[in-house]
Design a binder for this molecule. Structure first.
Ligand code: PEP
Length: 255
């Protein structure tokens, strides 16, 4: 049975005090939920205080990005060890906003993924096509390039630990969600790519999350699909009620 995960990506939102209030509200609602894994990814500045607040709950903490080097002269960056010692178990890598605004390539995402795994963090590696790529019929090719490039040279055991998030760029923050059928089609495509490289047994244990305007009202439809193992949520993760309702939808779908 694959691990189901509901992850909140708070992006560049929430001061420390605001993050504490949001974490407290989420903890009150779903702090005891173990299936699915409930994960929040606050900005770096709020990691430590959020970790302290969540320590007597089941909620996990993640970073939104990290550098691929161990340490050194990389002004403004954060390392895997810094995330780990701030309480993180997960890290989001290759989010489309990192790819678009910070020019992150598959090669760079691959280096970060390898470093995260080496450090003991669980990487959530994001892939997804733009609207142009979908409309020009290139969606499958783009996804294949991103999956194989971002996960290049991972061992079978590292692959099993890695989480993939399919996030169509045209659905992020736009209010447009991929239909459950559109999302399922891409998740099956990703699992097939993994099966070709690692074999069916490995492909079957990798959790593949969907992301793109997920909220309480569309969660049920997505979570009843066989290959959708949870969600990576932006906007709706900033509202405790909405985020918790998505967690509850995953619980009802079989956690
Ligand atoms: C995201 O940024 O990962 C995301 C899916 O955002 P939203 O839920 O707001 O579309």
């Amino acid at each position: 049975m694959r691990r189901k995960i509901i992850a909140g990506n708070w992006k560049m939102n929430k001061t420390i005090v605001e993050a504490q209030a949001l974490a407290r509200a989420i903890k009150d609602k779903v702090g005891n939920v173990t299936a699915p894994v409930v994960l929040v990814c606050p900005p770096f500045t709020a990691l430590t205080e959020t970790a302290m607040l969540l320590k007597d709950s089941e909620i996990q903490l993640g970073g939104q990005n990290m550098h691929e080097a161990e340490s050194g002269a990389f002004t403004g960056e954060i390392s895997s060890e810094m995330l780990l010692t701030s309480g993180c178990a997960y890290v989001i890598l290759g989010h489309s906003e990192r790819r678009e605004f910070f020019s992150e390539s598959d090669k760079l995402v691959n280096a970060k993924t390898i470093k995260a795994l080496e450090a003991g963090l669980i990487p959530i590696v994001c892939v997804g096509e733009t609207l142009d790529q979908r409309e020009s019929g290139d969606m499958k090719k783009v996804i294949e390039e991103q999956v194989t490039g971002s996960l290049d040279s991972l061992s079978e055991s590292d692959m099993k630990k890695t989480v993939i998030a399919y996030e169509p760029v045209w659905a992020i923050g736009t209010g447009k969600t991929a239909s459950p059928e559109q999302a399922e089609e891409v998740h099956v495509h990703i699992r097939t790519i993994l099966a070709e490289k690692y074999g069916r047994e490995t492909a079957e244990v990798v959790s593949i999350l969907y992301g793109g305007s997920v909220k309480a009202s569309n969660a049920d439809g997505l979570f009843c699909k066989n290959n959708i193992d949870g969600a990576l949520i932006g906007g709706a993760s900033l509202k405790a009620d909405e985020f918790s309702a998505v967690v509850n939808a995953m619980e009802s779908a079989g956690g």
